[in-house]
Write a protein that binds this ligand. Structure first.
Ligand code: OFO
Length: 183
C-alpha cells in the first residue's frame, strides 16, 4: 500500500526548499559573525537570532515531508557568499536573498495548486506568510539604514542603528494585522 501522500515532484521541491532554508540560516550566521567581527554586536545579535528562525523553517518543512509519508533527503548546503563589504551591502544582500527564497516558495505554491495537493497548498500558505514577514523585516533594515545615511552612514548613526537592532523585534507586523487605531 502506498502511504506516500506527496508526488515525486513536490517531494523534490520541498526537499530543495529545506536546503534553501538551511542555506538562509548559514547566510545569517555568516553575516552575523562578520558583523560581530566588525564591532556591530547589535546587528550580529539580530542576524544570529534570525539564523535560528531559518533553521526552524527548515525543521517545519522536514516535519511536513515526513508527516505526508515521503522521504527526507538532507543535502549539502552551498557555502554562504563572501563577507559583505559594509552594513549597507549586508542588508541589501539579505533582502535580495529573501526575495529569491520567496520566489522558490511561490513555485511550491504553484505546483501544489496545479497538482491539486490541497494539504501542501495549505502548508505553503504558512510559508508565504512567513516570507512576507521576512521581506518586510529586511525592508525595515534598509529603511532604518536609509534614515541613518544609507551607504554613506557615519559611525555615529551606525552605532545608534546597531544598538537599536539589539532589541528590535524578530517579527514584522503584516498589513492584515493593522487597524485604523493601530496603524
Ligand atoms: Fe527567510 O526564509 Fe525562511 O522562509
Amino acid at each position: 500500500m502506498n502511504t506516500n501522500r506527496l508526488s515525486k515532484s513536490l517531494a523534490a521541491a520541498l526537499n530543495t526548499q529545506m536546503t534553501n532554508e538551511a542555506r538562509a540560516s548559514e547566510i545569517y550566521l555568516s553575516f552575523g559573525a562578520w558583523a560581530e567581527h566588525e564591532g556591530f554586536s547589535g546587528i550580529a545579535n539580530f542576524l544570529f537570532r534570525h539564523a535560528q528562525e531559518e533553521r526552524n523553517h527548515m525543521m517545519k518543512i522536514l516535519e511536513y515531508i515526513l508527516k505526508r509519508g515521503a522521504e527526507v533527503q538532507v543535502s549539502a548546503i552551498p557555502a554562504p557568499p563572501e563577507n559583505p563589504k559594509s552594513v549597507h551591502d549586508c542588508f541589501e544582500q539579505i533582502f535580495a536573498h529573501e526575495v529569491d527564497n520567496t520566489k522558490a516558495i511561490y513555485k511550491i505554491v504553484k505546483m501544489s495548486l496545479e497538482e491539486e495537493d490541497w494539504a501542501t497548498w495549505s502548508f505553503s500558505q504558512w510559508l508565504v506568510q512567513e516570507q512576507t514577514e521576512e521581506e518586510t523585516l529586511a525592508l525595515n533594515l534598509l529603511d532604518k539604514l536609509k534614515i541613518a545615511g544609507g551607504a554613506k552612514a557615519g559611525s555615529e548613526s551606525l552605532y545608534t542603528l546597531d544598538r537599536d537592532l539589539e532589541q528590535s523585534p524578530d517579527d514584522a507586523t503584516l498589513a492584515q494585522d493593522v487597524t485604523a487605531e493601530n496603524p
